[in-house]
Design a binder for this molecule. Structure first.
Ligand code: SF4
Length: 350
């Protein structure tokens, strides 16, 4: 019999579980406090649980914490972890220290099917979706290994979150439920490559999180080349969805991510076109100079090019930030720790 993962349940589902076990709903509070607030998976430590519930939980449920199979730490404190899920599949999560706040970058899939040409994760294709419980378990592991409370969650790790909508939405609800993990919705950000129908689903569902859109080009010709998803949902359609999202969510500001690739999307004309695309869009633009990895075929633009690009946006009154990758020496690419660890294993067994 397949056991239910307790760390994938909302407060209401835990109340229902207590009911099924013949226990009082108040015990859902005890489970929440131990599992989601103290991140303690040891149910024996919860003194208040009656035996009937303990027995039910032992028979029908489980809590899992992934093993950390590899890690890297950068000089600035950023930590990249490789986590092994119950079926042996591995995903990366990144802990980013900034201004006394710990931000965790969460993976939503094992691999990714989107195929962005500047992304190492894309080279392996998609293996499977992660469950909400596995995403919660990433947070458990992040807090356990760092010994600190994570303040911000960003769904920007391996995978396209909106390709795994149901589980990601469930995770976001657990993360932001005041009776669950209790993250502020303003501190949870979901990043998409531009899956337009799912952005409209986020609107319909009023999913309690911020939206980030990975734009990375100002013409369909270039975006088709570096982000094949653009052939299905071109820039104009995507930007309309962004405008509709902002309008529907009461002018909620979105994050526009723009990975700068030397000679591909970093020209002064690109900067001007980006300003035009963002006209009237309430957003912050994150310029992300590309961090090359071996097989990428792309280069990082010179700092002068990045500065000039930024100036065009700033002069047009756009809110723009140049984001150097935290822990640049270890995070040349999402998917790199996984690839390197797999290569070392192959080497050892050869
Ligand atoms: S950049 Fe994101 S959406 Fe694109 S292939 Fe990589 S993981 Fe997938």
């Amino acid at each position: 019999m397949r056991k239910t993962a307790l760390n994938g349940l909302t407060y209401d589902q835990l109340v229902e579980l207590c009911h099924q076990a013949g226990a009082k709903p108040v015990h859902a509070e005890h489970l929440i406090a131990s599992i989601f607030r103290r991140y303690n998976p040891d149910l024996d430590a919860i003194k208040e649980l009656p035996n009937v519930l303990r027995q039910y939980l032992a028979e029908h449920t489980c809590i899992f914490e992934p093993d950390c199979t590899a890690s890297q730490q950068a000089a600035d404190g950023t930590q990249k972890l490789l986590l092994k899920m119950p079926d042996g599949k591995e995903v990366e999560t990144v802990l980013i220290q900034a201004a006394n706040r710990l931000t965790q970058c969460i993976s939503s899939q094992v691999g990714c099917a989107v195929g962005c040409t500047f992304c190492l994760t894309a080279t392996a294709g998609l293996t499977r979706n992660l469950t909400a419980a596995e995403m919660v378990a990433e947070v458990f592991a992040g807090q356990r290994i760092s010994g600190r409370k994570v303040r911000n969650l960003v769904l920007m790790g391996m995978g396209e979150p909106l390709h795994n909508y149901d589980e990601v939405a469930h995770f976001v609800r657990i993360a932001t439920d005041p009776k669950g993990m209790a993250f502020s919705p303003n501190r949870v950000t979901l990043s998409t490559s531009g899956l337009v129908p799912a952005i409209y689903r986020m609107i319909e569902d009023t999913l309690p999180c911020n939206l980030a859109v990975s734009l990375n080009a100002t013409t369909d010709e270039v975006r088709n080349r570096i982000m094949p998803i653009n052939r299905k949902y071109p820039i104009e359609v995507l930007m309309q969805a962004v405008r509709d999202y902002i309008a529907a969510r009461g002018n909620k500001r979105v994050l526009i991510e723009y990975v700068m690739l030397a000679g591909v999307n970093d020209s002064p004309d690109d900067a001007v076109r980006l300003c035009e695309l963002l006209e009237g869009v309430d957003c912050t633009v994150n310029l992300l100079p590309f961090n090359p990895f071996n097989e990428s075929g792309f280069k990082r633009p010179d700092d002068t090019v990045v500065t000039a690009f930024r100036s065009v946006l700033a002069d047009a009154d756009k809110v723009v930030v140049v984001r150097e990758s935290k822990g640049r020496e270890i995070s040349a690419a999402c998917g790199q720790l996984k690839t390197e660890t797999a290569a070392k294993r192959r080497h050892r067994t050869a």
